[in-house]
Ligand binder design. Structure first.
Ligand SMILES: [Zn+2]
Length: 421
């Protein structure tokens, strides 16, 4: 690595060292952080449409999913928080858009399966490209609507290679394994749809379990392609995550879209050791609905996890990602906002992992710093907001030890309408 590259890696791994680079001065550090060459960091996200968490566990126990059995598997949720601005249908359009933006529907606006909708939130593809124009992403989908929802990313070349396989999962497996084996991509998204299609047709039946088994075999095909790639690129470090978009309705397992525990329950399978956000869910989340489901990680956590692995750090002050990274230091967790339209104030609440240690915690509203606290704080009242009558959206970024989390709060100060969850 040349000295410029070294300097860049240092700057990426510890933002505080930035000032030392380029000026010719010595970089003075007590103990230098390990050098990370982020150009060798790659990520693969595999979408398995409509796979029920419990049914996957059954398949693993029965030896029908030997590839997924190799991953760390944890329960997560989709559909946002019911009754809040993040609530969204447990449908594929809304859910895949969250998986690929780290944002809920109040940011991404893909509220249904309408393939004319375009995501209004920055995608993982764009954030990776913005950080380094040399980096390349691919999106290979069985359900074509996903690539339609991200058509702007394709047109603007944030997605360097896009394929629509039109409900042919073997096409997805073959195209993706070819790209992984011989291509030059930093981030790859592959989407399989057979399990969801079988679920809609025949529900929870042996055929549904067989579809999970077939999908696991196709995932195995991708893993073999990466193994072969490793022989020529032993220095690459691939993060792999597998996730569905939603669960299924009970008892039959035919449908989804609603707000029930079974439809909201999703999972993340990951090939690396995850932090507390995934491995230590809160048993006592503020909202105990759905048997405490909200204490778990979410499908919005996938994008910040990919970005962390790739060393991509969007500006913390104007951060607009709702999820929490599952690798490295997590940001604040369970961040939420409650608006008081009478008082024209917003109360932010959050949790941290473990005990407070005096770490600085900074809060920004729409890019402007409004508070400097430490990690003993778990709430903040933002009052005397200068808002005209009507609905206002305020983006809050709470930054703990340089790791941000965001929430897009909504306040309605129209006197004729009550209630602002
Ligand atoms: Zn479906």
């Amino acid at each position: 690595m040349n000295s410029r590259g070294k300097c860049l890696a240092l700057a990426l791994s510890a933002a505080t060292l930035l000032y030392g680079c380029g000026g010719g001065e010595e970089v003075v550090v007590d103990s230098p952080p390990p050098l990370v060459d982020y150009s060798k960091r790659k990520a693969l996200v595999i979408g398995v449409d409509g796979v029920q968490y419990e049914k996957l566990q059954e398949a693993i126990a029965a030896g029908q999913a030997p590839n997924l059995a190799r991953f760390q598997l944890a329960k997560t949720y989709g559909g946002g928080i019911v009754g809040s601005v993040t609530e969204q249908a447990t449908s594929s359009g809304a859910s895949w858009t969250t998986v690929l933006t780290g944002a809920w529907v109040n940011r991404h606006k893909v509220a249904s399966n309408d393939d004319k909708l375009r995501s209004q939130a920055d995608s993982v593809f764009k954030l990776i490209k913005d950080a380094d124009p040399k980096r390349r992403s691919a999106s290979i989908v069985s359900w074509n609507t996903i690539n339609n929802n991200f058509a702007r990313d394709i047109n603007l070349r944030y997605i360097s290679h896009a394929e629509k396989c039109s409900e042919d999962d073997q096409c997805v497996a073959d195209k993706t394994s070819g790209l992984l084996r011989f291509g030059n991509f930093d981030f790859v998204f592959a989407h399989f749809d057979d399990v969801d299609n079988v679920g809609h047709a025949v529900g929870f039946t042996p055929a549904y379990q067989a579809a999970i088994q077939d999908t696991d075999t196709r995932i195995g095909q991708l893993l073999v392609a990466l193994e072969r790639r490793r022989q020529e690129h032993p220095d690459e470090d691939w993060l792999i995550m597998v996730t569905p978009d939603h669960g299924r309705s009970l008892p039959g397992g035919f449908g989804h879209g609603g707000q029930t525990l079974s439809e909201k329950t999703t999972f993340i399978a990951i090939n690396k050791e995850a932090n507390a956000q995934l491995s230590s869910p809160f048993k006592d989340p503020a909202d105990m609905a759905f048997d405490g489901l909200y204490g778990n990680a979410t499908q919005a956590d996938i994008v910040p996890t990919v970005l962390t692995h790739l060393g991509v750090k969007p500006d913390a002050a104007s951060y607009r990602i709702d999820g929490v990274p599952l690798l490295g230091q997590p940001s604040v967790r369970q961040l939420s906002a409650k608006a008081d339209s009478e008082a024209r104030s917003i109360t932010l609440q959050w949790r941290i992992s473990g005990q407070p240690s005096g770490k600085p915690l900074t809060i920004y509203r729409d890019g402007k710093q409004i508070a400097q606290l430490n990690d003993a704080a778990t709430s903040y009242l933002d009052q005397d907001l200068e808002i005209r009558d009507g609905i206002a959206e305020l983006n809050y970024s709470v930054v703990l030890g340089q790791v941000p989390a965001a929430y897009l709060a909504r306040i309605n100060v129209d006197k004729s309408v009550q209630g602002n969850p």
